[in-house]
Write a protein that binds this ligand. Structure first.
Ligand code: FAD
Length: 377
């Protein structure tokens, strides 16, 4: 059986590995002319690590990244709001790993035969007939297979052809990301600092390297300030606690990424016939739980399990969608809710939010994470 996967992001590559392990000939078509995963760091939480374990790549991810990740929330001025120590988190849920996106991409690519990914192949549509699906690419190329997986991200063409072109929902804030080398002195430091309508997070990647992210409430599509990204970030966060101003200062202007943040209302159906969706194409979410790619990984492993266990492709795909839809809808909603709380602007509401988060006992904080991290199918 041949599966055509559109999109070589984390979701598409993981799907290729999982399907190949299930005995399916999986080929990935990517519109970009080269494979260059952009974005700074990525947290691969326990739930995704358990899924990666099943397809034999968890050890390589662990080796490439850094473990012992805790969760510390501070106020913009450095006051501690709440903390989940790394050892407590690990004892309860298992290991989380953080690494850069290119590192994760490299691990996934290393688990695939070198000709699995075909570049410069932009999917523009598909047609289904009988027991096959033909995928159409820009320039007139066609490729035929027994199933099609749309892993083509937030503005998925496969999704659009299945369900129409509804726009994603703008979450009301924009996000910057970057990588920085701070040396060994701050090794292991990590936190998320909450302000009013903006947050700043720092995650240690080991060997003195750090991944940082920042957000602010903004109208959709707002352009960069004329003085540039770094100067804008310094204006917004220069008065926040150390090492935030130092982190911004130490990052190269050209290395600062910026994206507006979107999600979508969870779909009830993800596919039709021999076509299905996976990852952001099916369920983009705000980054507040760090679960977008983790859910794409869970999807990929479940998709392969369903295909392996069912000779009827359409039944296998509907089974996969059914088993994933409820789980993913819950994560999308929680992430959205957390995003709303993190981006609050009203001073009174911010004070209440911080007080409520600070008063929450550790065991309750952990219980809130149970449905996300303590998951394995
Ligand atoms: C600020 C921020 C921080 C985040 N942090 C985390 C985190 O810590 N942990 C986490 O799990 N998630 C995180 N996420 C979410 C995560 O980045 C995404 O959910 C994840 O990358 C989605 O992977 P994907 O493979 O589904 O889609 P994508 O990564 O978007 O990949 C889609 C691929 O399809 C290709 N493509 C698109 N259209 C076509 C076409 N027509 N034909 C062929 N190819 C096509 C694209 O070029 C791309 O390579 C974060 C997101 C943001 C914005």
């Amino acid at each position: 059986m041949k599966a055509i996967i559109v999109g070589a992001g984390i979701g598409g590559l993981t799907a290729a590995i999982s399907l190949r392990r299930a005995g399916v000939e999986a080929v990935v078509f990517e519109k970009a002319p080269e494979l260059r995963e952009i974005g700074a760091g990525i947290s691969v939480w326990t739930n995704a690590m358990k899924a990666l374990e099943k397809i034999g790549v968890a050890d390589a991810v662990r080796e490439a990244g850094r473990q012992e990740i805790g969760g510390t929330i501070r106020s913009w001025n450095g006051e501690r709001i709440s903390e989940i120590p790394a050892d407590v988190l690990e004892k309860r849920f298992g290991l989380n790993v953080v690494l850069t996106r290119p590192e994760l991409q490299e691990v996934l690519l290393a688990a695939l035969p070198h000709d699995t990914v075909r570049l410069d192949a932009e999917c523009v549509g598909f047609r289904q007939a009988g027991s096959s699906v033909t995928v159409l690419f820009a320039g007139g190329r066609e490729e035929r297979g027994e199933l099609l997986v749309g892993a083509d991200g937030l503005r998925s063409v496969v999704r659009e052809r299945l369900f129409g072109g509804a726009r994603p929902r703008y979450a009301g804030f924009t996000a910057w990301r970057g990588l920085v080398d701070l040396g060994d002195e701050r090794e292991g430091e990590g936190f998320e600092a909450w302000g009013r309508g903006n947050i700043f997070g720092l995650v240690s990647l080991g060997r003195g390297r750090f991944y940082w992210y920042a957000t602010k409430n903004a109208p959709e599509g707002q352009r960069d300030a004329p003085e540039g990204r770094k100067a804008e970030l310094t204006r917004l966060f220069g008065g926040w606690h150390e090492p935030i101003p130092t982190v911004i200062e130490a990052t190269e202007e050209a290395d600062i990424l910026r994206n507006d943040v979107y999600d979508r209302e969870p779909l009830k159906r993800w596919g039709m016939g021999r076509v299905t969706l996976l990852g952001d194409a099916a369920h983009p979410m705000t980054p507040n739980l760090g679960q977008g790619a983790c859910q794409a990984i869970e999807d990929a492993v479940m998709l392969a399990a369903c295909v392996r266990g069912e000779a009827n492709v359409e039944k296998a795909l509907r089974g996969y969608e059914e088993r994933r839809a409820g789980r993913v809808a819950g994560v999308v909603r929680r992430s959205r809710l957390l995003g709303k709380a993190a981006q609050l602007e009203n001073p009174l509401l911010c004070a209440l939010r911080n007080a409520a988060a600070g008063a929450m006992p550790l065991r309750l904080q952990l219980r809130q994470l149970d449905p996300i991290l303590d998951y394995e199918e």
